[in-house]
Design a protein around this ligand. Structure first.
Ligand code: SF4
Length: 334
C-alpha cells in the first residue's frame, strides 16, 4: 500500500500557517491524494486544492497552477528526489509503497543463478527506494555481488527517472544484469536500452519477475525508425514544452540552427501537453522535434515522427552522413 508522508504535511502547515494549499502528484496515487485533501481541509479549515493536471515527474510540478490559485504551499507528493528545494512554495512529500519484495526477490535470486549471473545491480523508482536494502540482503544471501549505483543531481542512489539513468549507467561495466524493483515497464525498458544488459523487473504484487529486453528492443527500434523517417521532412516543428521543469528554449534554438544548416525549414511551437491530437492541427509540418520530456515520442502513438533531443542529434548526424550508433546509450536522454 502507498504510504504518504502526511506527518511532513502536518508539520509544514503547523509551522507555516498557510491560508490555502494545493496538492498534486502522479495519477497512480491521485485517489490517496484526494483522501489526504479531505483530511487536511477538515482539520485546518482552509481551502485545499487538488491539481488535476498530470504530474509525471519532478520536472512537472504544476507550480504555475499553484501560483494562479494563489496558494501559499504546493505539496508535490510521490516524486522523491535527492533535492529538497524547488523554490519557496513547493514542498516535496515522499510516498512509499510498503509492499513486501521478500518472496519475489528470493525466487529471482535462485532462478538467475541458473543463468550464471553473479554480479547484479539493483535499481528502482522513488516508490520503492525503501525496499532496496532488504532486496540487497536477499541477493547477497544467495551469493551475489550487489552493486548499488551512485545517485547524482536529483537522483538518489539506485534511483532512475524515465530519462535519467546515472546509477544504472555508471555501473554497467561492473555487473552481469540489472534487477528493477517495481512494476514499471516504463523505467525498466530504458535501463535495458541504456545499459544493453539483461534487465529483470520484479513485480511484488503478482510475485513474478520478467526479462524486459525484448520490449526494450522494440522501443529502441521505434525510436531509431522515427529518426530515419524524419530524414525526408522538409519542414520540422520544434516544440518547446511549457512545463517548468521541461522548459528548454535554448536547446530548441540550438537545434533550429543545426537543422537549418542541413536545409530544413523550421517552425518554433510552444505547448504544454504534447499529444497526437494537438499535433494533427499542424498540417504543414512533416516531422517534430520536442525538447520537453524525451519519452513523449517513444512511449505514445503519433502519426508523424516526434523526436526527442538525442533523436534530433542523431538526425542531424544522419543528415551530415555521420554515424549515429549508440545514441540512446547515454546517461541522460536530454
Ligand atoms: S522521463 Fe519525462 S516526465 Fe520523467 S523525469 Fe524525465 S522529463 Fe520528466
Amino acid at each position: 500500500l502507498i504510504q504518504i508522508d502526511e506527518e511532513k504535511i502536518h508539520s509544514t502547515i503547523n509551522e507555516k500557517k498557510p491560508r490555502s494549499v494545493a496538492l498534486d502528484g502522479p495519477d497512480g496515487i491521485l485517489k490517496k491524494i484526494q483522501s489526504c485533501a479531505h483530511r487536511l481541509s477538515e482539520k485546518y479549515q482552509i481551502p485545499v486544492y487538488v491539481i488535476g493536471d498530470t504530474s509525471w515527474g519532478s520536472c512537472d510540478l504544476n507550480i504555475h497552477a499553484a501560483e494562479t490559485l494563489g496558494v501559499d504551499i504546493l505539496f508535490n507528493i510521490g516524486h522523491t528526489i535527492a533535492m529538497e528545494k524547488f523554490g519557496d512554495k513547493v514542498v516535496m512529500i515522499d510516498a512509499f509503497d510498503d509492499v513486501d519484495f521478500g518472496k519475489i526477490a528470493k525466487i529471482c535470486a535462485i532462478k538467475l543463478k541458473k543463468k550464471n549471473f553473479s554480479k547484479i545491480s539493483l535499481v528502482t523508482n522513488s516508490q520503492y527506494l525503501q525496499s532496496l536494502q532488504k532486496v540487497k540482503e536477499i541477493f547477497e544471501y544467495h551469493g551475489y555481488e550487489v552493486v548499488i549505483g551512485r545517485g547524482k543531481g536529483h537522483l538518489n542512489d539506485a534511483q532512475v527517472f524515465g530519462c535519467e539513468f546515472y546509477p544504472a549507467y555508471d555501473s554497467k561495466d561492473k555487473v552481469d544484469a540489472y534487477v528493477f524493483l517495481g512494476q514499471s515497464i516504463f523505467h525498466s525498458t530504458s535501463i535495458a536500452i541504456v545499459t544493453q544488459k539483461p534487465t529483470f523487473m520484479l513485480d511484488p504484487y503478482f510475485n513474478e519477475f520478467s526479462e524486459i529486453n525484448d520490449i526494450a528492443q522494440k522501443l529502441e527500434k521505434k525510436a531509431i525508425l522515427s529518426v530515419f523517417k524524419a530524414q525526408d521532412a522538409q519542414t520540422i516543428g520544434i516544440i518547446i514544452g511549457l512545463k517548468e521543469g521541461q522548459f528548454a528554449k535554448i536547446k530548441a534554438l540550438e537545434l533550429k540552427r543545426l537543422l537549418e544548416e542541413e536545409g530544413k525549414k523550421i517552425l518554433l511551437i510552444a505547448m504544454t501537453e504534447i499529444t497526437d491530437e494537438r499535433l494533427l492541427s499542424f498540417q504543414d509540418i512533416d516531422a517534430f522535434v520536442q525538447v520537453a520530456c524525451p519519452r513523449i515520442g517513444t512511449d505514445n502513438h503519433f502519426h508523424k515522427p516526434v523526436l526527442s533531443v538525442p533523436q534530433a542529434i542523431s538526425l542531424i548526424k544522419l543528415l551530415k552522413g555521420e554515424s549515429t550508433e549508440g545514441f540512446l546509450q547515454i546517461k541522460h536522454w536530454l
